[in-house]
Design a protein around this ligand. Structure first.
Ligand code: MF3
Ligand code: CO
Length: 247
């Protein structure tokens, strides 16, 4: 059974999602070459706290920061540290805010200054994958149609879909059912009910989809060292479409 929310619960969810959206925009305005990934995390921590919310990631299964800041070959869960962000990097920032008893979740990948044509295309296609994923999405859509659309768009552009991580339901917990895969067969999977709230988060690699988790237990890097990008929003499934809460 896929959890669904009442209208009252969805009203409560709007606030943490708004904070995520605004925090991501704030990071986009301030991130630049010369900053460390830790400095990006500090911006996120202070922004979320100033909104009277909590950074959901901090302490989640021992995760030591408020945001995941993943540079180039780091796919997801990059732990902010002293790594200096450079011109030409792509930096994925993934963050969650908790307020009103609910979590909001979103991610963007930022281009730092002039980046290569390949990286530019990767970031654009990853974002497009999200929008392909929600095309035609509404109550009754088979769950794996999302992954089917994401995969089709990524692969037709010469990129690959990261398999080791997925999107997820969200609500009073940061991760709820169902797992939202970024690949799959059209017309399969459970039919999504109205008022299900899910995070759709394509993670797309320029090269191979294989990843390896580093010794810190979190930082996931591509095994071929090629760059990857990430884009995520929290969405509500409605009778006639979707409502995107973090955009
Ligand atoms: N925000 C991530 C997601 O999209 C979760 C990050 S794991 C954490 O699901 F440990 F950093 F919280
Ligand atoms: Co998520």
């Amino acid at each position: 059974m896929i959890p669904v929310k009442t209208e009252e619960e969805i009203e409560l969810l709007r606030e943490p999602c708004r904070i995520v959206k605004e925090c991501l925009a704030f990071v986009g305005e301030h991130i630049r070459a010369g900053m460390t990934t830790k400095e990006v995390d500090d911006l996120v921590y202070r922004f979320i706290k100033a909104e009277g919310a909590e950074p959901s990631c901090l302490g989640y299964y021992g995760y030591p920061a408020s945001a995941c800041v993943s540079v180039n070959e780091v796919v997801v869960h990059g732990i902010p540290d002293g790594r200096v962000i450079c011109e030409g990097d792509i930096v994925s920032v993934d963050l969650c805010a908790y307020k009103n008893g609910f979590h909001g979740d979103g991610a963007r990948t930022f281009c730092i200054g002039e980046v290569s044509e390949e990286k530019k295309k990767l970031v654009r296609v990853t974002e497009e994958c999200f929008f392909k994923g929600i095309e035609g999405l509404k109550a009754g859509t088979p769950l794996y149609d999302i992954g089917y659309r994401v995969q089709k768009h990524a692969e037709s552009n010469g990129f690959s879909v990261i398999r080791a991580y997925t999107g997820h339901g969200i609500g009073r917990e940061m991760h709820e059912d169902p797992a939202v895969l970024n690949y799959g067969r059209k017309g399969t999977g459970v039919r999504l009910p109205a008022n299900a709230v899910i995070c759709i988060e394509p993670m797309i690699a320029a090269g191979n989809w294989r990843v390896q988790v580093q010794d810190d237990g979190w930082t996931a890097v591509t095994t071929d060292g090629k760059p990857a990008a990430h884009y995520e929003n929290t969405v509500v499934i409605r009778e006639n479409g979707v409502e995107i809460l973090t955009l």
